[in-house]
Design a protein around this ligand. Sequence first.
Ligand code: SAM
Ligand code: DTB
Ligand code: SF4
Length: 383
Amino acid sequence: MDNNKSWTKDKILAIYNKPLMELIFDAGIIHRQHHDPLKIQVSKLISIKTGGCPEDCGYCPQAARYHTNIEKNNLMPVEEVLAKAEAAKATGSSRVCMGAAWRNVQDGEDFDQVIEMVKGLSAMNMEVCCTLGMVTENQATRLAEAGLHYYNHNIDTSEEYYKEVISTRGFNDRIKTLENVRKSSLKVCSGGIIGMGETVNDRIGMLMGLLKLSEAPESIPINALVPVEGTPLEEQEIVPIWDVVRMIATTRIVFPKSTVRLSAGRTQMSKEGQALCFMAGASSIFAGDKLLTTPNPGDNEDMELFNLLGLTPTEKQKDNTGKVKIRKGQPVLETVADEKWSRPGHVIERNVKATEKGKEIRKKAHPVPPEGRVTELTENSVK
Ligand code: SAM
Ligand code: DTB
Ligand code: SF4
């Protein structure tokens, strides 16, 4: 999908700041030119490995260093994933997105198990997406060969504000991962979060980041921050729905052909607010009563909303399972030298504070660490 390189920050800013009614109208027209406005693509998120992540992403309840009230789980058995997907298919999901709380994919047993999940889901005639952290081109190609359609990896925000949210993984590695995914013939899903304390300029900067990719992402999730207790961003105010609508509409105009997904944060939005997002060009949602660890409206509520608005879930797109184009002369299963992912390591005060608070809480709960207890931070060793 072409990326229109003639966009500038100023041009996008002028769109974002248009009178809201004009903005929604303009975005709605573009939406109708490229998409069926009565169809919504519905994806089911399955958290296949939850919590215990060694990273410090300031928004994330799954980072081991913060103390959050989530249920941690090791990698889910393949059968359990397939059963969850079967149930989601029955309620209208055409796509399953599997999420793992990993910094990056590591070759080995766990990755082999994920490959089996992808094969199983793809055989069920569903679109399959994974979000497993950073990937090499080789790993992305293995996923593509197994039948994966999309890989999700968000750039999250502008390159500048990213440094105030995450210190353990670099913005450039996000871009590198997305280009690895692109080369492997998988479709790219990448977007970000609003409501983290960023400026409007940062929101536009996030879109500029996506425009710098060699091709536009096929799918762009716009998440509204879900502020989770214990994370560095726990005290952020819920982002106003008007900002969400503006961001969705602007994304729709800048990326006319991409699917724009109204992602996390829908439990914080009214039905009317979500309807405005669909008017403004959102064409996809996550279904079910849970995202990865936080609540989501649930199937009944979404069905009610769809009925009210006259929307119907899209069917699965044309099946290309087993027809993945692997580039000639590329030995896909041969191990290549591992990518050297960066670790900027600068100090982010609010992340440090939340980490200290997490340590205190754990110390109170376990004054002496039980013998043989492995610290959570070593679960996914850092490269
Ligand atoms: N570990 C992998 C990674 O970081 O790429 C995959 C899972 S990660 C949870 C996927 C995305 O969820 C993040 O990049 C972020 O955009 C979004 N996310 C995480 N926590 C969130 C929150 N509290 N509110 C909104 N979005 C969130
Ligand atoms: C995306 O952009 N949003 C989804 C999906 N990709 C993986 C994740 C949202 C997570 C919200 C916080 C949670 O439930 O843990
Ligand atoms: Fe959360 Fe993914 Fe960051 Fe881990 S890498 S803390 S799972 S967003």
